[in-house]
Design a protein around this ligand. Structure first.
Ligand SMILES: Nc1ncnc2c1ncn2[C@@H]1O[C@H](COP(=O)(O)OP(=O)(O)O)[C@@H](O)[C@H]1O
Ligand SMILES: [Mg+2]
Length: 236
C-alpha cells in the first residue's frame, strides 16, 4: 500500500532577498489511505502553504511530493490539473460557491470537463448532495442556505469527482457551533466510509474529530501524534 501523501524535505520560500519568507522549512510527512489528520499551529506557521502544496495549488521550492505514488514534480501543467481534478477535493473557509446558481449546478461544476453526459453529471451531483444530507436543497441558491449548508454544498462539490482525499483549510472557521457540528458530522461519516481527510484547524474541539494531529510551527512539524503512538508502542 502506498501513502496517499508522501512529502520529503519540503521547502517553500516566498519572495527573494530582503522580502524572503521561509514558509516551509523541511517538512516530512506521510498520510495513509483512510487517515483523518488535523493540522494545527499558530497563524503564519505555514499550514495553508503546506495544504496548498498537498492540493497541487502551489509548487514547493524544493523537496519531493508523491501523491498516490506519483511524483508530482514530474508532471506538466496539464497533467497537474488532471491530478488536481481527479484525486483532490478542496474545501476552503469561505465556501467559494458560485452565487445565483443552484446548489446542484455548483456541485456539477467540477464535472463539466469530465466528458460525462449531462444526465450522468446530474446523477453524480445529486448523489454527492445526498451524501452531505442536502438532497432536498438541490434547487436552492447559496444565499438561500445557511453557512453550514453552504459549506456542505462545497463539500459535495469537492466529493463529486470521487477524489482520493479531501483537503480542508479551516472549513468551520466561519461557522457557529451548530453549523460546525453539522459539517464535522459529514467529515466523520466520510472518514468512516474510508475517505482520507486532511483538515487545518486551530480549534482543539475540531481537531478532536481527527485520529491524528500534526502541529506546525515556523514552517516545521514539531509534533505528530501518530509518531507518539508509534514510539509509545515501541516502549510499552
Ligand atoms: N503568497 C505569499 N507571498 C508571500 N508570503 C506568503 C504568501 N503566502 C503566505 N506567505 C507567508 O508565509 C508564511 C506562512 O503562511 P501560511 O501558510 O498562510 O500560514 P498559516 O496558514 O499557518 O496561517 C506567513 O509568514 C505568510 O505571511
Ligand atoms: Mg492559513
Amino acid at each position: 500500500m502506498n501513502p496517499v501523501i508522501q512529502v520529503t524535505a519540503l521547502r517553500k520560500t516566498y519572495g527573494s532577498g530582503d522580502t524572503e519568507v521561509h514558509a516551509l522549512r523541511g517538512v516530512d510527512l506521510a498520510v495513509w489511505p483512510g487517515e483523518y489528520l488535523a493540522i494545527m499551529g499558530a497563524s503564519g506557521s505555514g499550514k495553508s502553504t503546506l495544504l496548498n502544496v498537498l492540493g497541487c495549488l502551489d509548487v514547493p521550492t524544493s523537496g519531493t511530493y508523491k501523491l498516490d505514488g506519483i511524483d508530482v514534480g514530474d508532471l506538466n501543467e496539464r497533467q497537474l490539473s488532471l491530478v488536481r481534478n481527479r484525486k483532490i477535493g478542496f474545501v476552503f473557509q469561505s465556501y467559494n460557491l458560485v452565487p445565483r446558481t443552484s446548489a446542484l449546478s455548483n456541485v456539477e461544476l467540477p464535472l463539466i470537463y469530465s466528458g460525462l453526459r449531462r444526465k450522468e453529471r446530474r446523477k453524480r451531483a445529486l448523489a454527492a448532495l445526498e451524501m452531505v444530507g442536502l438532497l432536498e436543497r438541490a434547487g436552492h441558491k447559496p444565499n438561500q442556505l445557511s453557512g453550514g449548508q453552504q459549506q456542505r454544498v462545497a463539500l459535495a462539490r469537492a466529493l463529486v469527482t470521487g477524489p482520493a482525499m479531501v483537503l480542508a483549510d479551516e472549513p468551520t472557521g466561519n461557522l457557529d457551533s451548530e453549523s460546525t457540528a453539522e459539517v464535522l458530522g459529514v467529515f466523520d461519516r466520510l472518514n468512516r466510509a474510508g475517505r482520507t481527510i486532511v483538515m487545518i484547524t486551530h480549534e482543539d474541539n475540531v481537531a478532536a474529530h481527527a485520529a491524528r494531529m500534526v502541529r506546525v510551527m515556523d514552517g516545521q512539524i514539531v509534533e505528530d501524534t501518530a509518531q507518539w503512538r508509534m514510539s509509545g508502542a515501541l516502549t510499552s
